[in-house]
Design a protein around this ligand. Sequence first.
Ligand code: NAD
Length: 287
Amino acid sequence: TAKILDGRLVAEQVVARAAGEIAASDRVPGLATVLVGDDPASAIYVRNKRRRCVAAGIRDLHRKFGADVTQDELAAAIHALGDDPGVTGILLQLPLPPHLDAAALVSLIPPEKDVDGLTETSAGRLALGRPGLRPCTPLGVLELLDAHGIALSGAEAVVVGRSNLVGKPMAQLLLRRDATVTVCHSRTRDLAAACRRADILIVAAGLPGLITADAVKPGATVIDVGIHRTPDGLRGDVDFTAVRTVAGAITPVPGGVGPMTIAMLLANTATAARLPANAYGATFLSS
Ligand code: NAD
């Protein structure tokens, strides 16, 4: 059966590294997590992120808004955080209530404070292979693969999902590391056939148990990004019990990609605190 890729263990190492950088720096990072409304999953995510950040020496500059906040009120708040020199990172927790335009609000985050890596500047810099802040979840997947010595150069990598949050940046990061990348999505004709090509299969489709054993090449590395709350606890997009008998290595849910995502947020926050104002041309873009 497959080797279990323990995300908690690697996350601890990443967090220790970030905490060390923060302790050695003369600028204390301040992370503004912005939470809107009462989505229970978002509340749990934000609470965990804040707790881990404080433990790593990051100032908690959390902002909470009611579900009825207007676009203009939220935009003004993000502008103020962007101008505040004590705020070195801004994380707008998604999804937002439907009356708000999330993309427009994300675009107000100065790129040098974009610890989630979701602004147009960050996405563009990733696509062009320039330095910048990268989205936490795909960055965490890469860190997990590296920590286990899984070679990427020339490997067949298949990404299931093409969201701006996970699938697309994941594919870009793998390309930068010289993998041969295939991106599958909801219109892919024969998903199992495409997945069977993978030496490294990364699944972020948001469908519990989507990937079954017949979609996995024997010995492949399987990374499960999906998170679903079920009556039996947290589950992923991969049928873990069946796939672990075929795969060479696999991430568990929970305890795989989830802890890596939070760890990379801390790493990005430590990085962002070292960036000078306007490091990525924010002033030019917003003026
Ligand atoms: P999303 O809904 O934005 O995107 C899902 C993608 O999957 C889409 O691009 C869609 O084309 C594709 N897809 C849907 N059905 C498919 C099918 N039948 N076959 C192939 N592809 C299909 O979701 P997301 O934001 O990318 O998140 C995906 C999953 O990852 C969710 O379960 C989410 O909760 C989880 N997630 C986990 C973490 C973490 O830290 N572990 C972080 C972000 C998201």
